[in-house]
Ligand binder design. Structure first.
Ligand code: FEO
Length: 168
């Protein structure tokens, strides 16, 4: 049993996770159209991960007997992202998600909703890994600068990423 306010906030987060998925799918398409097929693969897997984050919330809300409210997913606004720009925009987005999740975690704690607090710690920890991974990729791209061979080497490495559902 969770409060109405807590349920609303988790429902908002569910929408945000689906938006994240949509954002990364859009970046995947943008990378592909620029010939960065490895980065396109990397972002496609990121899309799948965000979907899994959303579905984990969906199952939790369903288990808590909440009437789900699936809302419109906004269109991502991406104009002319460069290779590094795609990862910088993603890091910026993940930092925002971290702030939202910390606020949610604070709220569940204030409400003494221990089940939800526990549930949210998975997301809070996941954010550390997401930000670290993006920072690492951005550092690598900065090291090679505009060197085409270096960029293609990084792109090739990004192409080796495979999907493993992080919520299982
Ligand atoms: Fe679901 Fe990338 O945060």
């Amino acid at each position: 049993m969770i409060s109405k306010k807590m349920a609303e906030k988790l429902n908002d987060q569910l929408n945000k996770e689906f938006f994240s998925a949509y954002l990364y799918l859009s970046i995947s398409a943008s990378c592909s159209s620029q010939g960065f097929n490895g980065a396109s693969n990397w972002f496609f897997i990121q899309y799948q991960e965000e979907n899994a984050h959303a579905l984990k919330l969906f199952r939790y809300l369903d288990d808590q007997n909440v009437d789900l409210d699936l809302r419109t997913i906004s269109a991502p606004e991406l104009e002319g992202l460069s290779f590094i720009g795609a990862f910088e925009a993603s890091l910026n987005h993940e930092q925002k998600m971290t702030r939202h999740l910390n606020e949610l975690s604070d709220f569940s704690f204030q409400e003494k909703d221990h089940a939800t607090y526990n549930f949210l710690q998975w997301y809070v920890t996941e954010q550390v890994e997401e930000e670290a991974t993006l920072n690492h990729i951005i550092d690598q791209i900065r090291i090679v600068g505009n060197d085409g061979y270096g960029l293609l080497t990084i792109d090739k490495e990004l192409g080796t990423r495979t999907f493993i559902d992080p919520t299982l």
